[in-house]
Design a protein around this ligand. Sequence first.
Ligand code: GDP
Ligand code: IMO
Ligand code: MG
Length: 427
Amino acid sequence: MPALVLLGAQWGDEGKGKATDLLGGSVDYVVRYQGGNNAGHTVVVGDQKYALHLLPSGILSPSCTPVIGNGVVVDPAVLLSELSGLNERGVDTSKLLISGNAHLITPYHQTVDKVTERFLGKRKIGTTGRGIGPAYADKINRVGIRVQDLFDESILIQKVEAALNDKNQILVKLFNRRAISAEQVVEEYLGYAEQIRDYVADTTLILNNAIDEGKVVLFEGGQGTLLDVDHGTYPFVTSSNPTAGGACTGAGVGPTKINRVIGILKAYTTRVGAGPFPTELFDADGEALRTIGGERGVTTGRDRRCGWFDAVIARYATRVNGLTDFFLTKLDVLTGWEQIPVCVAYEIDGRRVEELPYSQTDFHHAKPIYENLPGWSEDITKAKTFADLPKNAQAYVKALEQMSGAPISAIGVGPGRDETIQVNSFL
Ligand code: GDP
Ligand code: IMO
Ligand code: MG
């Protein structure tokens, strides 16, 4: 089983960090293939809690080589501070590899991200403000700065000047902001070059060789399927492809090399930022999910919007990612409800709709059609096997599996590494 993709099946924060860390001990490489430090992955190891933003969650497993692929956008200041934070806690980060083709986030991307959001007013996306969208826009516009540009001063100067040409016009004339000095950006970024140089490698070659040699490579998605710029709830999305295809382009590995695609699926639903969310709750149940589930953003500290499980979305994630398995997380959070509503279809303008509508207008009008499943009150956090779960919890998992279209191969019953029921092996 040489290559697996592990990705978010909903709107992010499904528990990808925990799932990746769990597998980290058995895989040789863990690769981030898209996104940047908009991600916030919490990993709990024993009594230690780690919040990772840019680095792959496999970095906490000593046997695993963490890789930042070409599809990632890298903020070098964040990278270096995350590395030194881990080093201070005794984590060895020396094996990290970074693609020279990955693009850099610069201070002007962050400025543009923030002013754009402000000027969108009520129509804002609710971005993380980390400069992600503007950095990807520059990449597609062919005025991006890549990691490898840090090592050629004259190219770096030319590229930063080119990128700032129109941005400064926009900042000054449209947004009434001060122009950004190309010299200052270049000086700051040249200062990062030597600190990053030793990590930079031809990651595509290394990963393809590793797969050919039978090594196990895990591609770790950031964000989630419904935040995908092509397949998500556009424009309320992030600016990259967290879906399975993104692993191929974002790491330089062909689709024929990937054997398994695991969707991380929360036993209910959350979302951060703006955009449609059919099962969102505005009542005491929503507040209870937020409190019991600890649903507060790791990156921005914002409260996550909470709602019941949505099987239409899970089915869609199975389809657009070709999922082979689900890892169902946070089942323990649902303990204590007498009845647990699950959205099985939508009502859109009087019609029953079983699949995610492709029309944005329809999705904004979608009302959930719920089926109530019986709840359980027993503590499940110590469950080690499926049979240890109360009958109603077993039935809830089986019902979700049947509605979602792929086997649930692991179940999270707590944040810790060992608080997991493995139903089928991933490797
Ligand atoms: P990610 O962005 O997908 O990695 O997810 P986050 O780390 O942002 O959010 C998931 C949160 O749920 C984290 O605080 C995890 O420690 C926690 N978590 C993961 N799996 C479980 C689980 O099965 N049960 C509980 N109670 N918490 C979990
Ligand atoms: P992880 O990896 C949840 C959301 C933002 C916003 C939209 C666009 O922890 O699951 P961006 O800054 O990316 O341009 O913001 O995407 N968003 C996330 N929501 N989890 C994440 O990452 C997210 N990364 C971005 O809230 O709505
Ligand atoms: Mg997160």
